[in-house]
Write a protein that binds this ligand. Structure first.
Ligand code: MTE
Ligand code: MO
Length: 415
């Protein structure tokens, strides 16, 4: 372990394979961060296979098919017998509750589409990644139709006391997490303010269905929290208990999912809402190795994608076909829900042979624009809004006939 590493500055430059394959030293210098885009540690690869992303071609569906929705599971998926399951509601309340699933299902039922995004989405585009987190490409997303009951009703039945300011959610999943010299045994926990969860405009739900199906085990069966518009980690799965407290949790998942300059940063800010972002379906066909995009020259290609901003209206999506030097506005579809992404399309005209880098970015109703600079890069690589780099090779007509040979670029896949 090499210590003394300072806050890493991500230079945001694109990376081409230049690792010395014969070197017998680890290609990263500091213990916690990798220093290239393509030197994923074994830990990251294991994490990324248990926690898969959405296939970006899935952006074509307004509601993501269940198996395509991204997944993030810190420990193990707990096995829960629904018949024996009881949700505990306690802490600073007048009536402690234990509710079974029949009780939960008998309560007012709400269904709504909501886009979920891990705040580490796009982390792999940061040159210095903290390897203790999943190295997401631009794929830790999905939009589902969630069904459940408003959390507010349950808390009203419990009767929050005046000294309750925060609500702590604890999952059934137990594990060990933290820096190697300070890892703790813990249940997955996050907290939210009473003010936020009691405001009916915020649509905080206890969910038991996704896309009209009972939650599958990996998405939180039998009951999970949905805080639409917020970062993924807030949506605690496999809820065991809800506790009203007088203080905000600052440790564990409130600590790991925050903006900070280092592990001990006293000024850390827990992540809240999703950032303003647009993503596109990579056009053409991919190659298996690099996942570059390949297409033949044509008069026009329709580029499509989706954009979202944590519940704010998307005002504009721009597309670039020259790597971000110039941008042109895309056409927006009609929104289909406050908390759901909105579709967009853009006609790329006169697609002639050559190499292109496509990008897209969004602006929300408050004027926030997806940032493309290093200011959004932080220690845990949270809420990176750097637009995708979609590398496209355009060839003369006929080049992509089956069995033709195509030389491949060896470069980090940017999707
Ligand atoms: N109990 C529990 N809840 C959890 C997690 C977890 O590991 N355990 N992961 C969180 C994170 S970081 C994210 S991004 C979302 C992912 O939800 P999904 O797997 O249903 O897409 O769940 C959140 N809820
Ligand atoms: Mo997450």
């Amino acid at each position: 372990m090499t210590s003394g590493a300072t806050y890493p500055t991500a230079n945001g430059e694109r990376f081409t394979l230049d690792v010395d394959m014969n070197a017998d030293v680890p290609p990263y210098e500091d213990y916690q961060h990798t220093d290239h885009l393509d030197n994923f540690t074994v830990m990251e690869v294991v994490g990324k296979s248990r926690c898969h992303g959405m296939h970006l071609e899935g952006l074509t569906y307004p509601i993501t098919p269940i198996g395509m929705h991204y997944l993030l599971i810190h420990y193990d998926v707990p096995e829960i017998d629904e018949k024996a399951y009881q949700l505990k509601v306690d802490g600073l309340v007048n009536n402690k509750l234990t509710l079974d699933m029949d009780n939960i299902r008998s309560r007012p039922k709400v269904t709504m589409p909501a886009t979920m995004e891990c705040c580490g989405n796009g982390r792999a585009s940061q040159r210095w990644r903290l390897w203790a987190h999943v190295p997401w490409n631009h794929d830790a997303i999905g939009t589902a139709e969630w069904t459940g009951t408003p959390l507010r009703g349950v808390l009203e039945d419990a009767g929050l006391r005046d000294d309750a300011v925060e609500v702590l959610f604890t999952g059934r999943d137990k594990g060990i997490q933290g820096p190697p010299d300070g890892a703790e045994v813990q249940y997955f926990q996050r907290s939210l303010s009473v003010d936020y969860v009691m405001n009916s405009d915020n649509d905080v739900l206890l969910c038991y269905e996704i896309n009209g199906q009972p939650l599958p085990p990996q998405h939180g069966f039998p009951l999970r929290l949905l805080v639409p518009g917020w970062l993924g980690a807030t949506n605690v799965k496999w809820i065991d208990s809800i506790e009203a407290t007088s203080t905000r949790l600052t440790e564990r998942q409130m600590k790991w999912y925050s903006y900070a300059e280092n592990d001990n940063d006293p000024n850390r800010i827990p992540c809240t809402f999703q950032q303003t972002r647009a993503m596109m379906i990579p056009p053409g066909i991919p190659d298996f190795l690099c996942r570059f995009r390949h297409l033949e020259e044509t008069s026009a290609v329709e580029l499509r994608g989706r954009a979202w901003a944590g519940g704010l209206r998307i005002e504009e999506v721009d597309v670039s076909i020259d790597g971000g030097k110039t941008w042109s506005p895309a056409k927006l579809d009609a929104p289909f829900g406050k908390w759901a992404w909105v579709g967009w399309s853009f006609i790329w005209k006169g697609v002639t042979p050559g190499q292109y880098t496509l990008r897209c970015r969004a602006k929300d109703e408050r004027g926030n624009m997806s940032k493309d600079d290093d200011s959004v890069h932080d220690y845990y690589a949270m809420d990176i809004t750097k637009p995708q780099y979609v590398d496209v090779n355009v060839y003369p007509k006929g080049t992509l006939a089956p069995l033709n040979k195509i030389p491949l670029p060896v470069q980090f896949p940017s999707l």
